[in-house]
Write a protein that binds this ligand. Structure first.
Ligand code: 9UX
Length: 72
């Protein structure tokens, strides 16, 4: 079954930032949907937990230069 993950993304200041986060997330194998809320500093990700771990999703965002906090 697919799962949803909500994270705080720290450091997004413009629409190009949120665009690059969305693009990076959608490139991750097992990620189906990524919705970035620039003003709320949030990303909501729909993924297949049998194909990708929460940690890998976090890393994909960190790799392009933003900090991430998982919202429990
Ligand atoms: Mo423009 Mo957003 O450099 O970091 S992409 S502010």
């Amino acid at each position: 079954a697919l799962e949803n993950l909500e994270v705080n993304v720290i450091g997004m200041t413009c629409a190009a930032c949120s665009g690059s986060v969305e693009k990076a997330l959608l490139k991750v194998d097992g990620v189906f949907r990524a919705s970035i809320a620039l003003l709320q500093n949030k990303a909501e990700v729909t993924y297949d937990p049998s194909r990708v771990k929460e940690e890998d999703i976090k890393e994909a965002i960190e790799d392009i230069g933003f900090e991430v906090e998982i919202i429990p």
